[in-house]
Design a protein around this ligand. Structure first.
Ligand code: HEM
Length: 401
């Protein structure tokens, strides 16, 4: 590609961002209302609205957890095929190196002069900005077992118990490593995962993956899920709250990390679409259009539990009184062969300092949640997502040392 063409392409994309309201215009309109997915966002900075503000790979915590949600998420769960700790450390070092470049929009590695070799980087993001790419890594209890690191398993990192009504499929359950790649461009997210996996090919295989989307729009409103309801309203948004809710404060290798509860939840859209608006709203205890809790006017008004149906999702989730940070993405994956209906739903991702928070909420939702009529949990995973990487260090270092 000539330099001129390359530049043109870049300009077009910036133009597009502006037109779609992600650019400066969004700022001019003003951003009132503490939209949940804006978590941790400095709203006064123009860069925050450009879609290309810097998200460093390095820092106290991994990005992609409290980072304001991006439009696309490519999530992959991997199986590990080596028990050699040294090999895994090398893999995590390589992933650290690659990730730090990927989030800057650079090639994972420059090519040498030998045109007879495959290119080092697969190339599909050349000319793109990083689109706020974040890469978040976590490992499961099985991972620790495979590497003989069970003695390092934190006490609170217990297996998830079985939950009522779940219909977990083996192909979407378990696994050793999770990579969550989020970006405002699908291809950027996919490219990152593709190149990371390519680097680890002889040590890992892919167990399952899903490509998710979130209706971030002009980033002024809480995104809606496929039931048409605002999803993320009750999330914590401030640094101090993250310390209370999200970041593990244990003294072990998980200090500064977070536990990811992952659920693949199929949503039965056809059934939902035959349901009256009143029933839909009763399912959550929130009004569909405004997102306000029953008895209130605005989305962020305080919830009065006594006004919500006893079996409503929000009442059951909130009465546990253990906040978590939800960062879920919708998926739509063609047609379910068994039913001929949409294969669509939610890649439910929640981060919390202690997995027991998720367990207690999911247990309370249990068989009672009115939403159960419209969903089926088909996949599950629990991953310990390391603390952030300091410059010069590598992913998971504190675990391996
Ligand atoms: C397809 C699956 C799901 C859908 C469509 C869904 C949808 C929603 C919606 C619309 C809200 C209200 C707005 C908000 O605060 O975000 C909500 C709240 C919430 N959901 Fe879910 N949810 C799903 C699964 C889950 C699961 C598996 C959990 C398990 C822990 C969960 C936990 C919560 C919590 C903690 C709240 C906030 C309650 C509060 O404090 O007000 N959700 N969900």
């Amino acid at each position: 590609m000539t330099d001129e063409k390359f530049l043109d392409q870049k300009m077009d994309r910036r133009e597009f961002l502006k037109k779609s309201g992600i650019g400066g215009a969004g700022l001019a309109l003003g951003l009132s209302g503490a939209s949940a997915f804006f978590a941790n966002q400095d709203r006064s900075s123009k860069k925050a609205l450009d879609g290309d503000e810097d998200i460093s790979f390095f820092g106290k915590h991994q990005a992609g957890i409290t980072t304001p949600m991006q439009k696309a998420c490519y999530l992959v769960v991997l199986d590990l095929h080596t028990t050699d700790k040294k090999e895994v450390i090398q893999l995590f070092k390589d992933w650290t190196d690659y990730s730090s470049k990927l989030v800057e929009g650079e090639l994972v590695k420059k090519d040498g002069s030998n045109a007879l070799l495959p290119p080092m980087d697969t190339g599909e993001t050349v000319g793109l900005n990083p689109y706020r790419l974040s890469l978040t890594f976590g490992v499961s209890a099985d991972f620790l077992k495979k590497l003989g690191l069970e003695s390092k398993r934190p006490k609170l990192f217990r297996d998830l118990p079985p939950f009522p009504k779940e219909q977990l499929q083996d192909k979407y359950t378990g696994g050793d490593i999770v990579i969550q790649a989020c970006a405002d461009d699908e291809q950027v997210a996919f490219h990152a995962v593709r190149n990371l996996i390519r680097k680890g090919r002889n040590k890992i295989t892919m167990k399952w993956s899903k490509s998710g989307f979130a209706a971030i729009g002009d980033r002024k409103e809480t995104p809606r899920n496929l039931f048409g309801f605002k999803d993320g309203t009750a999330n914590v948004t401030k640094e101090k709250e993250f310390d209370k809710v999200v970041w593990a404060d244990s003294k072990d290798w998980m200090k500064g990390g977070s536990y990811m509860a992952l659920r693949l939840v199929q949503m039965h859209l056809e059934t939902w679409d035959r349901t009256s608006l009143q029933e839909q709203e009763n399912t959550f205890g929130r009004y569909k259009e405004s997102g306000a809790p029953f008895g209130k006017k605005d989305e962020f008004d305080e919830v009065d539990l006594s006004k919500l149906p006893v079996d409503s999702h929000v009442r059951l989730a909130k009465e546990v009184n253990l906040p978590i940070l939800r960062r879920s993405y919708s998926y739509s994956d063609g047609i379910d062969e068994r039913t001929g209906q949409f294969d669509a739903g939610l890649i439910f991702i929640a981060y919390q300092k202690d997995p027991d928070r998720f367990v207690k909420i999911q247990t309370n939702l249990g068989a009672v949640d009115k939403m159960n009529e419209y969903i089926t949990h088909i996949g599950s995973g629990l991953f310990a997502c390391f603390a952030g990487v300091e410059k010069g260090g590598y992913l998971g270092q504190a675990l391996f040392e």
